[in-house]
Design a protein around this ligand. Structure first.
Ligand SMILES: Cc1cc2nc3c(=O)[nH]c(=O)nc-3n(C[C@H](O)[C@H](O)[C@H](O)COP(=O)(O)OP(=O)(O)OC[C@H]3O[C@@H](n4cnc5c(N)ncnc54)[C@H](O)[C@@H]3O)c2cc1C
Ligand code: FES
Length: 301
């Protein structure tokens, strides 16, 4: 995991193994592809799915709030993080957790076992583990949970002694993805602190408040600790501020609207500081990210 750059991305045909609804707006899609051609991927990397030929659900199954946009044509691929990647012999299974938000993800719900879908990936740069880290603090908000779940399981596998504490926030209990998946044995080894906006699970309020409170009450050795975070940008900015105050290394996975996903269209710019200079530059979320060191990101809030 120390090499976090992209290698050997490509276009692959994958077969749908399962597309399971896990709560009202959330689904888990499992895709199978050839382990021979699909290269190793890292937590934090993502893939782009071609949903242009997926069917719309029946009218009665389309949520009222999405009725207007449901008819839009899907011209561009849609990006999704890996939630889990498993290789068994010649097969690789790619799991994605997705939230139904618009025309693309609505169509995604109709994919069923045996369907074939075009995938580009793995894309972008994933999370890295700098030498000597013994504690990983994971801060996830809403749909930021899937890549951090993938990271947590990879850390457990590749860094057996590492202590992992996951701070997981969502609007409601229903949207707590770390909670609903996921009875995998590895997950039991992760300490978890939960917060929901409405108090339906864990603390009532923002997970960032729990996180800063926890750090006050549990001083950590800054050199051997690292923070990883994914979620809404406002949350990432707060996590970055806390990391700066405590002088702890911090990597975040950013989201931008993406068109090409491979560094060609420039639609996914992230403003970044240049070390030792006053000026800033624009990096591309799809190619230079989506994982960035918080020291370089200029948040637009
Ligand atoms: C690197 C990366 C990883 C992602 N991983 C996941 C994941 O694991 N699971 C998941 O459910 N979603 C993930 N997303 C977001 C996902 O790509 C969008 O939700 C999806 O493209 C929406 O497509 P749509 O056609 O349904 O909605 P659209 O009609 O395209 O959009 C519906 C609404 O969602 C907003 N939106 C769309 N894309 C984004 C985005 N990237 N950031 C913020 N707002 C957006 C739009 O502005 C609009 O308001 C990821 C995005 C990126 C960039
Ligand atoms: S999405 Fe096209 S450059 Fe990033």
């Amino acid at each position: 995991m120390n090499n976090c750059s992209t290698a050997n991305r490509g276009i692959f045909q994958a077969t749908v193994c399962e597309n399971k609804q896990i709560s009202r707006r959330f689904y888990q899609l499992s895709l199978e592809t050839s382990a021979v051609t699909f290269p190793n991927s890292k937590p934090g990397q993502f893939l782009e799915l071609d949903l242009s030929s997926a069917a719309l659900p029946l009218t009665k199954a389309i949520p009222v709030e999405l009725a207007d946009i449901s008819q839009r044509k899907i011209l561009l691929r849609r990006p999704f993080s890996f939630f889990n990647v498993a290789t068994d012999g010649e097969k690789t299974t790619l799991d994605i957790l997705y939230c139904v938000l618009g025309a693309g993800t609505l169509r995604m719900t109709t994919l069923s076992k045996g369907d074939s879908i075009s995938v580009i990936g793995p894309l972008g740069n994933g999370f890295c583990v700098p030498q000597g880290k013994q504690t990983a603090l994971l801060v996830a908000g809403g749909m930021g949970a899937p890549p951090l779940q993938h990271l947590a399981e990879t850390l457990l596998r590749d860094y057996p002694g590492i202590r992992i504490i996951a701070f997981v926030g969502a609007k409601t209990k229903e949207e707590l993805l770390f909670e609903t998946e996921l009875g995998r044995p590895a997950t039991e080894k992760i300490e978890r602190i939960i917060a929901t906006d409405d108090g339906s699970a864990g603390y009532r309020g923002f997970i960032t408040d729990c996180f800063t409170k926890w750090l006050k009450e549990n001083p950590v050795t800054t050199d051997d600790t690292i923070i990883y975070s994914c979620g809404p940008e406002e949350m990432l900015a707060k996590v970055a501020q806390t990391a700066k105050e405590k002088n702890i290394d911090c990597q975040i996975s950013m989201e931008r609207l993406m068109a090409c996903g491979i560094g060609l269209c420039q639609s996914c710019a992230v403003e970044c500081r240049v070390e030792g200079e006053d000026q800033t530059v624009y990096k591309l979320c799809c190619k230079d990210g989506p994982v960035f060191d918080t020291k370089e990101v200029v948040f637009k809030l």
